[in-house]
Design a protein around this ligand. Structure first.
Ligand code: NAD
Length: 259
């Protein structure tokens, strides 16, 4: 149902973004991939997506902490047919108490997890408004609604994404563009796996304890969310049946924020 549409998915070389890129391509969308990683592996994904969609897939290596690189990526996407679907998904985490939080990590997380969402959105909106159709889907987090210790930058950025989403949804409410965020709990991806050692160190725990008592402690289902579950919700938001869902923060967190 997305043939002829172009989807830009930031941070799509891995995890949730990659699952979203695949789900969108399966429905026929042209995809602009973005993120870091091994060049050969990324090229393999790019050709895989073209196989899935029967359309085009393009890769942008833009570092989204840099507004000039974002502008370049958006110009590239414009030449690729324009961005009909924007999935703002790239994000990183760093775990440390606020009084020991490295300043450069704070700046990085705010730039990538929050400001990049503003830049891609401001650059994609004119094209979406001109076409009278668009979908902006931001990967927020349960941490857009509640906090956990040692994640000040991430929690601040994700709360910011939730607020930004609502604001732009109101501004675009009569334009055929919807703006929403998806707020997963713990999803099994490299981002989660990579924060285990830091959390072990910060709290003096074993790997097992971090998995069961820290990560899944807040998730009543005691199951990690899967990347395919998140991608399926993103895909639904692109459907015409989802045209009235805008400004929403959709939780997919195994009951975490119900507590
Ligand atoms: P991941 O580490 O698997 O993927 C992150 C992606 O972002 C990768 O493609 C990476 O190359 C890219 N990236 C990193 N720095 C970048 C930069 N400077 N410029 C461009 N791209 C960059 O992580 P994931 O778990 O799939 O996370 C995706 C999103 O989901 C993030 O916004 C994250 O905060 C959010 N999220 C994740 C979880 C979880 O449990 N994994 C839960 C809630 C929200």
């Amino acid at each position: 149902f997305l043939q002829g549409k172009t989807a830009l998915v930031t941070g799509s070389t891995s995890g949730i973004g990659l699952a979203c890129a695949r789900a969108l391509a399966r429905e026929g969308a042209n995809v602009v991939l973005n993120g870091f990683g091994d060049a050969e592996a990324i090229e393999a994904v790019r050709t895989e997506l073209e196989g899935l969609s029967g359309g085009k897939a393009l890769y942008s290596a833009a570092d989204l902490t840099r507004p000039d690189a974002i502008e370049e990526m958006m110009t590239q996407a414009e030449a690729h047919g324009g961005v009909d679907i924007l999935v703002n998904n790239a994000g990183v985490q760093h775990v440390a108490p606020a009084d020991q939080f490295p300043v450069e990590k704070w700046d990085l997380i705010l730039a990538l997890n929050l400001s990049a969402v503003f830049h891609t959105t401001r650059l994609a909106l004119p094209g979406m408004k001109a076409k009278g159709w668009g979908r902006i889907i931001n990967t927020a987090s349960a941490h857009s609604l509640v906090a956990s210790p040692n994640k000040s930058a991430y929690v601040a950025a994700k709360h910011g994404v939730a607020g930004f989403t609502k604001t732009v949804a109101l501004e675009t409410a009569q334009s055929g563009v919807t703006v929403n965020c998806i707020s997963p709990g713990y999803v099994w991806t490299p981002l989660v796996e990579n924060q285990i050692p830091d959390t072990m160190k910060a709290r003096g725990l074993t790997r097992e304890q971090v998995m069961n008592d820290v990560l899944l402690a807040a998730q009543p289902t005691k199951q990690f969310v899967t990347v395919d579950q998140v991608a399926a919700l993103a895909l639904f938001l692109c459907r015409e049946e989802a045209a009235s869902i805008t400004g929403a923060n959709l939780s997919m967190d195994g009951g975490w924020t119900a507590q």
